[in-house]
Design a protein around this ligand. Structure first.
Ligand SMILES: Nc1ncnc2c1ncn2[C@@H]1O[C@H](COP(=O)(O)OP(=O)(O)OP(=O)(O)O)[C@@H](O)[C@H]1O
Length: 703
């Protein structure tokens, strides 16, 4: 309604106003969407509590309904179904025989129908429509939507979908030849040999070539280095795994080691590196420490959450020349610690994974940090890097960069990632997952499984630990773990050479370099996220594989969205993995056994219930096109995908009881009172009539 009013008031000279209103409406809609998950759960819960309360009553009601239906059938004829009256023209069209139509031609049919203000569809059009319908039916059967005139890119995806993966075993057992994909590697590397680089200190050259074993700069490194050394602000937007971290940190170290008089602890903080997560800060800091090895007087340190402030204050007191920090903890120190002054001499500011910083809501924090850094009137040289260019990235770039040079690449993902789609009904999702994981891990691959929520990670980690053999190391990583556990899991998995599985949320989706990861398994999500997760494999032109788990009904709409011309996944090609064959061969457990396992293990059941509830909530936050492509699945089927046999309402109530035991008790008590009062009111309704009932319900609602 508000939108309607605003459109009526719309002044063409003020187009912005309308957009704003629309945006506001969209925000409201999205807000509403996010509520929907809870609402659906609540409804399911209510339904479950009703059926749980009165199973006998429900049975009685059913019997009554059956009885009354039977008696109605004998007593009176069933009421006729409502059929809208056909317009007069339809009857006339029916009367026209096909031969008449053919003889008279479409024009005469239209003319005759025109008298009745009713237009007939020309025969050619009808034929076309029929053809389209048969095509559509065929497409649905073969999972290969053909190219429509409005979706030209879809054709390439369809081609690829037709080439079914014939040999399932080969798909997983084939060892990825990591070192010999030189063609793809040449796409990533520049022709600039590190040993020939005259722009960096000889110590750095020998460190990179001898200690780290690098030979050539990647393209992004070769392009960024001269720009930074010339003192320019730089915006880097290149595909995942192209060596951005070194492109940012190498020129930083080169600049700082050249400062005269040489820097030492007492010189104070000279550079800031902002990262969105603990793991990224850890990764950047460890690369920085390697680069600083020849320059022992330059000292770096980390300021991230989850670590005691006291120890961080102590190192600040001793003096840190380079700070690698997450925005909130840095601000915390700026506000509370007298030891940290950014205004006095920050020479360089690096903003890593800017899109993720914006997404996590750090935009305001970064703004405050930039203001604090510029407080002395001197802008630091700033480098900003992001794998994708979102609105948030652009805002941050506008805020922090001044006349930046751009180093950018079109594609978000390297061409060396192969994309597969495994379509299975939602309730079989877990079996499909197991049957994909088993052969991959058995063949010695390293895989990462991305899940939408922390609770889902906990559940899958628990279940897979029980089901997969002990020889496969499993790691779990999400934002709700203690800092030390997060870093331990990250280090352990990142440095693993052989087979292993990381079960994680999107906390690991950006920037993390999980060495030699050959499989990424994920469910549907924002197209951008798909690319970030897939980008954890196929680093530096090496081959990698990404498996997308979808419900059969989601395949066509989701792939259409993912590969749309304006999506970061445009042009991606997907090959389907035959789910039935894979499950038959690689998942000996049937659904009943899995459900039994979860039902018998109390801890696992609790994790499954929490995972189900959190997943419903996560799905409810999908907005816009994503929501249209991926409507909420059947809640019962979704519960089955967590091996839960209870109705969704019962699961939701159990999860709520565990989370808020006191609130659940209070709710149960109030429900009891409500039931009692409604019983009373029902009794009184008969005896006392409407007014008394109203008073009673008023009184009841007051309770
Ligand atoms: N010149 C080089 N030669 C060989 N290996 C390199 C070179 N530069 C970086 N690497 C290695 O390439 C891998 C990927 O680098 P990095 O993590 O910096 O990529 P990225 O572009 O930051 O990825 P993302 O987009 O995911 O953040 C790392 O293992 C890194 O050690």
């Amino acid at each position: 309604m508000s939108l309607l009013l605003n459109i009526v008031d719309f002044d063409p000279k003020k187009p912005k106003k309308l957009t704003k209103v629309k945006d506001k409406d969209k925000v409201n809609r999205d807000h509403q969407n996010s509520k929907n998950g809870d609402e659906q759960l609540r409804k399911a819960e209510k339904k479950a509590s009703k059926s749980k309360e009165k199973p006998e009553k429900a049975a009685q009601n059913n019997a009554k309904r059956k009885l009354s239906a039977a008696s109605a059938a004998t007593e009176s004829p069933a009421p006729k179904k409502f059929r809208p009256e056909a317009p007069k023209g339809t009857a006339i069209r029916k009367k026209l025989s096909k031969t008449d139509e053919a003889a008279a031609g479409p024009a005469s049919v239209a003319a005759r129908a025109g008298n009745l203000e009713f237009k007939s569809v020309p025969a050619e059009q009808r034929e076309k429509r029929q053809q389209l319908q048969t095509q559509q039916r065929h497409r649905q059967k073969t999972l290969t939507p053909a190219a429509g005139p409005e979706e030209p890119d879809w054709a390439s995806v369809a081609d690829c979908l037709q080439q079914e993966v014939k040999d399932v075993e080969k798909l997983f057992q084939e060892q990825l030849d990591m070192e010999t994909r030189t063609a793809e590697m040449q796409n990533v590397f520049s022709g600039l040999a590190i040993k020939d680089c005259k722009d960096i200190h000889p110590y750095l050259v020998s460190l990179l070539t001898e200690k780290l074993g690098l030979e050539y700069f990647t393209k992004v490194q070769a392009e960024t280095l001269p720009l930074v050394l010339a003192g320019k602000d730089v915006l880097i937007k290149t595909q995942t795994g192209s060596g951005k971290s070194l492109a940012l940190l190498l020129p930083l170290v080169q600049q700082l080691q050249a400062v005269q008089p040489p820097l030492s602890r007492s010189s104070g903080t000279q550079a800031l590196v902002l990262c969105p997560t603990h793991e990224l800060a850890e990764q950047s800091h460890s690369l920085l420490q390697q680069l600083l090895r020849p320059f022992v007087r330059i000292v770096s340190g980390q300021l991230v959450g989850g670590v005691k402030r006291k120890s961080q204050k102590a190192s600040l007191r001793r003096g840190l020349n380079i700070l690698v920090a997450t925005p909130r903890r840095l601000l915390d120190h700026l506000e509370r610690s007298s030891r940290l002054h950014l205004g006095s001499g920050i020479r360089m500011l690096i903003i890593d994974e800017a899109d993720r910083l914006a997404e996590l809501g750090f935009e305001r924090d970064v703004r405050r940090i930039v203001e604090a850094v510029c407080a002395c009137g001197r802008r630091p040289q700033t480098l900003l890097c992001s794998a994708t260019l979102t609105d948030g990235t652009e805002r941050l770039a506008g805020l922090a960069l001044s006349q930046p040079s751009c180093v950018s690449e079109e594609a978000a993902l390297p061409a060396s990632v192969q994309h597969f789609v495994l379509a299975a009904p939602t309730r079989m999702r877990l079996r499909a997952l197991l049957s994909a994981l088993r052969p991959a891990l058995a063949a010695g691959h390293k895989a990462a499984l991305f899940l939408p929520t922390q609770a889902s990670v906990d559940f899958h980690h628990g279940l897979l630990s029980a089901l997969l053999s002990d020889s496969v190391p499993l790691c779990r990583l999400h934002g709700n773990l203690a800092h030390a556990d997060r870093i331990r899991a990250f280090r352990e998995f990142a440095s693993r050479g052989g087979s292993g599985l990381l079960v994680t949320t999107d906390v690991s989706a950006r920037g993390l370099d999980l060495s030699r990861l050959s499989w990424v398994i994920q469910g549907p999500g924002e197209p951008q996220l798909y690319c970030h997760r897939a980008g954890r494999t196929a680093r530096l032109g090496r081959p990698g594989r990404c498996l997308l788990l979808l419900d059969s009904a989601e395949v066509a709409p989701y792939l259409r969205l993912l590969t749309a011309p304006d999506s970061p996944g445009r042009g991606l090609r997907f090959a389907p993995v035959p789910a039935g064959r894979l499950m038959a061969r690689c998942c000996p457990e049937n659904f009943g056994q899995l459900t039994q396992l979860v039902a018998d293990t109390e801890q696992l059941r609790a994790l499954a219930e929490d995972a189900f509830v959190s997943t419903v909530r996560a799905r409810a936050t999908f907005a816009g096109d994503l929501r249209a492509a991926l409507p909420m699945p059947h809640l019962g089927h979704l519960a089955s995908s967590f091996c839960l046999a209870d109705p969704p309402g019962v699961i939701a109530a159990n999860a709520r009881r565990r989370r808020h035991p006191e609130a659940a008790e209070a709710a149960a008590a109030s429900a009891k009172t409500e039931r009692r009062t409604s019983k009373v009111s029902a009794g009184r309704r008969v005896r006392t009539g409407g007014a008394a009932v109203d008073r009673l319900s008023e009184f009841a609602s007051g309770i």
